[in-house]
Design a protein around this ligand. Structure first.
Ligand SMILES: C[S@@+](CC[C@H](N)C(=O)[O-])C[C@H]1O[C@@H](n2cnc3c(N)ncnc32)[C@H](O)[C@@H]1O
Length: 214
């Protein structure tokens, strides 16, 4: 998608992907990502204003995010009830408080030094937000900037001919093709998406845990 597509979605508040209560599958599988629970620093790519950031912070986790839309990030901090320190950089802007740093701009401009060391990645509605032609570049970039940190991926599988994305259908074969060179992949969940996708299309939730190959 063009950047203008996402900027327009946030400006018009067309954010059906945003989960007001956060994602139950993160809570269900957090122990696989946050292992050990102490001293975790998690990268949340394409983070929007997800409530999952607040939940991770409540678990004592430090969070680093990347998001194109400043509208989203202003709302994120407002909803968290904290005032960020804002720094303008050559790559966009950085909004931060002591345990949370968000890079506002294009994730593809970030490098490993920008985000610093992370213990894991939480990808919900990030990989599935990207069209097929960007996914290999995204997967390689994420692997590089996080130095192959483990990942928890929450994805959807559905009949792509029934609906145009985003979200796109990203099934087990696709995750395997994108990540198996660098990670051991374990599928943790396949379950019916209750309420269907956008209330229109039958879909399944998929959750994967990726651990770097040694
Ligand atoms: C489907 S939303 C998911 C947001 C969040 N992960 C959630 O679960 O609510 C995808 C987000 O990715 C952001 N985005 C798209 N392309 C991006 C890019 N190249 N760099 C950073 N963020 C991007 C969009 O602005 C949008 O907020």
């Amino acid at each position: 998608m063009e950047h203008s597509f996402w900027h327009s979605k946030w400006q018009k508040n067309e954010i059906g992907f945003h989960e007001p209560q956060g994602n139950a599958l993160l809570v269900k599988y957090a122990d696989t990502l946050l292992d050990p629970p102490q001293n975790q620093r998690i990268f949340v790519p394409l983070c929007g204003k997800t409530k999952d950031i607040g939940w991770l912070l409540s678990q004592g986790v430090e969070v680093v995010g990347a998001e194109l839309s400043e509208v989203a990030i202003k709302q994120l901090f407002e909803e968290l009830g904290v005032t960020p320190k804002i720094d303008i950089t050559t790559k966009g802007a950085t909004y931060s408080t002591h345990a949370l740093t968000i890079f506002v701009g294009d994730i593809f401009k970030l490098d490993a030094d920008d985000i610093g060391p992370v213990t894991g990645v939480y990808d919900r509605a990030a990989l599935v937000a990207l069209p097929e032609d960007l996914r290999a570049m995204y997967a390689a970039h994420l692997n590089k900037i996080t130095k192959s940190a483990k990942q928890l991926i929450v994805s959807f599988e559905y009949d792509q001919s029934a609906m145009a994305g985003p979200p796109f259908s990203v099934n087990e074969e696709t995750v395997d093709a994108l990540y198996s060179a660098n990670y051991e992949i374990k599928r943790l969940e396949r379950s019916e998406l209750v309420g269907r996708l956008k209330g229109k299309v039958d879909a399944e939730n998929l959750v994967f845990l990726l651990a770097a190959k040694s």
